[in-house]
Structures are given as structure tokens and as C-alpha cells.
Design a protein around this ligand. Structure first.
Ligand code: HEM
Length: 526
């Protein structure tokens, strides 16, 4: 009894220290620096996530506060943020970003394994690993295999998959959950690239998945990826996991134990597909031909690409569809540009949708940049660790502090952008009147302000592929489909469709299009 009492007391002290004392002292440490933004109030457990919770309470997307608080954040270099009870330094300003990148080059800031949430799921990939020469080489391979030259070989397959999406959504009489269809589209594009001739196995082979009630369901790999990624994201943001990282590291109990079993099934399935594959030209085969990595690492990197590449791009596509409908002038301008480049709703679309042609569409490129400015799929980078005591913008940051680049705050800074709250693709075109006006007023963002794919030696290696996918999908969708979000959604201030959104993206597809879709689809792809 006495032992139990002592254990409970020790547990209570640990809890109190972790939830109250440590975060409180950490905040205090940074409050004395005028260039560090520290939240107004200390709220144990919730920390600065109160901002996200308040946005949701106000019926806005969880990251809406970024836009609302931009006039405040623009005054600071850093933010000392409690992500729940976890203290993290967020890099805000361009000056701080530049210094962060210099420190990263000198390995004074690097990735590390937090052993929680997504980091467990991606544990064997490069993501939680420091930037050692083998990680540099693995990233180089990815950048090459997913680069523009390689991924442009898949343009016609992407268009074919657009036709499949069109067919699937035009069949529905009720509102279409466009996020779901975009997720399927990006997943299918990635599986084509990674698994080549074996991609049908990803859809047609079924594997056992343990549900939270213990029942076992047979599901395909796409569904498995969606479910496994979701549970690990939930783990990532769970205060319980943050308080007791040991649980997710050693997986003694459920849900950690069960989630890990499902992850292992997923890993084994990918390993089996790759080791029995006869397609030597797929990107997956290239991963597997690399003698410098273990099989576990190869599978880990494939999972990383599936996780990092599917949802992010799907969310960006949906955001662009929403923003385009909300801004009909931009939509019309885009349609005109596509028509002028031969990208119209007819049989010649495939013929004209070449890499060269699509790269010539300046406005399309600006629409994508503006979408990523207004609504980046991710609002922060992965976790980095400070490896030795450092200073950023004069603020001492101790060894072992967690640090990330913030991606959103600088995009609404009205010292850098003209009318930052407006959707104006022209702001990215140096030849446009808008850009010239902004320049005259001294409002031109520097190279560090826009960082949708992060910066530095651990930035996103899939960015060329992501932009190409966005271009092909948008060019196809805009020319072939008339979509409509509801008036309620269009007028809803603070709605958003980036990752983690609580809003469903529902569109209506008009009947005129249905007839056309069916006729062209059925003729070409019986
Ligand atoms: C619009 C779509 C996308 C956005 C906005 C995006 C953004 C990002 C960001 C912000 C990071 C974190 C970088 C950091 O921690 O500093 C990242 C990492 C990564 N992304 Fe993307 N990404 C997108 C699409 C893709 C695609 C299509 C792929 C691959 C097919 C991909 C593969 C990766 C990988 C492998 C990493 C980890 C790199 C590493 O750990 O060194 N991403 N991405």
C-alpha cells in the first residue's frame, strides 16, 4: 500500500512538473526577449493550441488565426509556442529563417527522432534521421526519381486518372466529396510512379487491419495508408503521447501496440510487393536496387513518399478549386490562358498537355503559387533539434530545444505583400501591373517569405512532382468540369481546406458536364 502510495505521488509530481512547472518556466525564459512572441496566457495541457481551438469554436478552420494575427506576428523573429505541453521554437521572420538555414548548414540544427506520432510511422525513413551522408544520398535519389524529368513521363497517366475521377464524380447525384476523390487521384498517381506495373496490387490485394474494438477487417493498401496515417497523426497531437513519449516509443499498451501491428502489416505488404516485382523501371524498384540501404529503410522511404505526397497535394488541389470559384475573374483568366495554349475540352487535350505547353502557362503557375500562399497544406515543418547552444536574432536557444520553421505567418505580412488577404495570382508575375504596383510600394516578398515546401537541406524533395500534379489536375478540371461549392461555403469567412481541416469539401457537378463526360469517356476508355 505504501509502495503504491509512493508510486502515485511520484506519478503526480511528474505530471505536475511536465504539465505545469516545465512549460511555465520555459515560457518565462523567452518572455524577456522583445523579438520573441510568447502567448498571452499560460494554459496548462492546452498551451498555445488554444488559438486553434478558438478558431474552431468560432466556426473557422483551425489555422484561421494565422491570417487574423499576421499584424502581430510580423513584428517578431521567433515564437515560443507550447504545442499542448510540448515547448517548440517557431521561426517566423526572414531574418530568423536565414540564420536557421546557416545553423542547419553547420549541423547545429538537425532532424531527430521524437518517437511520437508520425515520427514512429516514418521511423525507418530519412525523416527522423540527422542529415548524415547516407541521408543526403537518399534525398538526392528521391529528388532525381521524383524530379520534373522523371515525373513528366507520367503526364498522360495523370490525365487518364483525371478522366477516371471525372467519371466517378459525374456518376454521383448528390454532393461530391471532392477531397476524397483528390486523395484517390494523388494516391493513384503516386502508386503508378512507385509501383509501376504492380500498382493494381495496391488496390486489389487485401490485408488484415485491427480496428480499435479488436475486430479484424480485410482492407486494401490505400485504405490501410489512410487509416494508419490518421492514427499516427492522432497520436502526434495527443497530449497523452506528449506527456508519456515512452509509451509510443516502446508500444507496451494499446492504442500504440495495435497501431504498430497495423503499421507492420503495411510495411510487410509493401516489402512483399517490391521484392516480388518484375517491373524494373518503377521508382520503387530503383529504391530496392539501392545497395546502400536496408530493406527496412527502403520500405520506410516508400511509406514516407506515400504519406508526404498524397494528402498534401490533394489538399492543395481542393484549396485551389475553392479559391478559384471564389474569385471568378481569376478562374476566367485561367480558362483563357489554357484555351490559348490548346488545353480545351476536346480530344486534343492529351496531345496538347505536354510538359512544355503546361510550363508555358504562366497564370496557371501563379494560381498555384497563390493557393500555396493563401493555404499551404502544412503550416509548419517537421521537428528539428538544436544540437548545441545557439543564438537566433540575438536570442539564446539551448541545446536540445525543439525548433521548426513556421510556414504560414509570413504569408499575410502586409509589409511584404500588397493586399495579402486577397487572392491575387498576379502578385507572382513580375510582368503584371499588380506586381509592378506592389514593387512601387516596396511590397515584394523576399526569397525566405514564401516557403511552402520549406527551405534548406531538408526541404521537400517532392516539390516538382507536386507542382506538376497540381498543374495537370487543374488544367484538366478547369477545362472539363463545372464545379460549384455551396453559397454557404463560398460566403463562409475563415473556411479552409488545408490539412487537418474540420470542413468537408463538397461540390456539385452540373448535368451538362455529366453528358459530356460520359460521351468522351466512354468513347475513349470503354
Ligand atoms: C503541395 C504539396 C506538398 C507540400 C506543400 C509539401 C511540403 C512539405 C514540407 C513543408 C515538408 C517539410 C520539410 C521540413 O521539415 O523542413 C515536406 C517534406 C517532405 N515531402 Fe513534401 N510537400 C508536398 C508534396 C510532396 C510530394 C508530392 C512528395 C513526394 C512524392 C513529397 C515528399 C516529401 C518528403 C519525402 C519529405 C521529407 C524530406 C526529409 O525528411 O528530408 N512532398 N514537404
Amino acid at each position: 500500500m505504501k509502495v503504491l502510495g509512493t508510486a502515485l505521488l511520484a506519478f503526480g509530481i511528474y505530471l505536475g512538473y511536465f504539465i505545469v512547472i516545465k512549460p511555465y518556466l520555459w515560457r518565462k525564459k523567452y518572455q524577456k526577449y522583445s523579438n520573441v512572441l510568447v502567448g498571452d496566457k499560460f494554459i496548462p495541457v492546452v498551451g498555445d493550441s488554444i488559438k486553434e481551438l478558438n478558431s474552431i469554436k468560432a466556426n473557422k478552420v483551425h489555422y484561421a488565426h494565422y491570417e487574423e494575427d499576421a499584424h502581430i506576428t510580423k513584428k517578431y523573429d521567433l515564437m515560443a509556442k507550447l504545442e499542448g505541453s510540448v515547448p517548440v521554437i517557431l521561426v517566423l521572420s526572414s531574418r530568423a529563417t536565414q540564420e536557421f538555414l546557416q545553423l542547419q548548414k553547420r549541423s547545429l540544427i538537425d532532424r531527430y527522432n521524437t518517437y511520437r506520432g508520425l515520427q514512429v510511422m516514418l521511423g525507418k525513413s530519412i525523416t527522423p534521421r540527422a542529415t548524415t551522408p547516407d541521408v543526403v544520398q537518399r534525398r538526392k535519389n528521391m529528388t532525381q526519381w521524383l524530379g520534373l524529368n522523371a515525373s513528366s513521363q507520367f503526364i498522360s497517366r495523370m490525365i487518364q486518372l483525371c478522366r477516371e475521377t471525372q467519371k466517378a464524380i459525374s456518376k454521383q447525384n448528390q454532393d461530391v466529396d471532392i477531397m476524397h476523390h483528390c486523395n484517390i487521384w494523388t494516391f493513384n498517381v503516386l502508386t503508378q510512379i512507385i509501383f509501376g506495373e504492380d500498382s493494381s496490387k495496391v488496390i486489389n490485394n487485401f490485408y488484415p487491419y485491427i480496428n480499435s474494438d479488436g475486430s479484424v477487417e480485410e482492407i486494401n493498401l490505400r485504405e490501410m495508408l489512410i487509416r494508419v496515417a490518421k492514427v499516427y497523426l492522432d497520436q502526434h497531437f495527443s497530449p497523452f503521447t506528449n506527456m508519456f513519449p515512452i509509451l509510443s516509443k516502446y508500444k507496451f499498451i494499446n492504442p500504440y501496440k495495435r497501431d504498430y501491428k497495423n503499421l507492420q502489416t503495411f510495411e510487410k505488404a509493401i516489402h512483399h510487393i517490391m521484392t516480388t516485382s518484375k517491373d524494373t523501371s518503377s521508382v520503387g524498384s530503383k529504391f530496392f536496387a539501392n545497395k546502400e540501404c536496408t530493406d527496412e529503410e527502403k520500405v520506410g522511404d516508400i511509406i514516407l513518399i506515400l504519406v508526404g505526397g498524397a494528402e498534401t497535394t490533394a489538399h492543395a488541389i481542393v484549396s485551389s478549386l475553392y479559391l478559384l470559384q471564389k474569385n471568378p475573374e481569376a478562374l476566367q483568366k485561367l480558362k483563357d490562358e489554357l484555351t490559348n495554349n490548346g488545353l480545351t475540352r476536346n480530344e486534343d487535350f492529351e496531345k496538347n498537355c505536354t510538359l512544355e505547353n503546361i510550363q508555358n502557362c504562366t497564370y496557371l503557375n501563379c494560381v498555384i503559387k497563390e493557393t500555396l500562399r493563401r493555404e499551404n497544406p502544412a503550416s509548419v515543418t517537421f521537428e528539428y533539434k538544436v544540437k548545441q547552444d545557439i543564438q537566433i536574432c540575438g536570442v539564446p536557444i539551448q541545446k536540445n530545444e525543439d525548433i521548426r520553421l513556421d510556414i504560414m505567418a509570413s504569408k499575410f505580412d502586409d509589409d511584404k505583400w500588397l493586399n495579402p488577404h486577397n487572392f491575387a495570382p498576379e502578385r507572382h508575375d513580375p510582368e503584371s501591373e499588380f506586381y509592378q504596383n506592389a514593387k512601387k510600394l516596396g511590397k515584394v516578398a523576399d526569397a525566405y517569405t514564401m516557403r511552402p515546401f520549406s527551405l534548406g537541406n531538408r526541404n521537400c524533395p517532392g516539390q516538382s512532382l507536386a507542382i506538376l500534379e497540381l498543374k495537370v489536375f487543374l488544367a484538366y478540371f478547369v477545362t472539363h468540369i463545372n464545379w460549384e461549392f455551396s453559397q454557404e461555403d463560398l460566403q463562409h469567412e475563415g473556411i479552409g481546406f488545408a490539412m487537418g481541416t474540420q470542413f468537408e469539401a463538397k461540390i456539385k457537378v452540373s448535368s451538362k458536364r455529366e453528358i459530356l463526360v460520359k460521351s468522351c469517356y466512354i468513347q475513349k476508355y470503354p
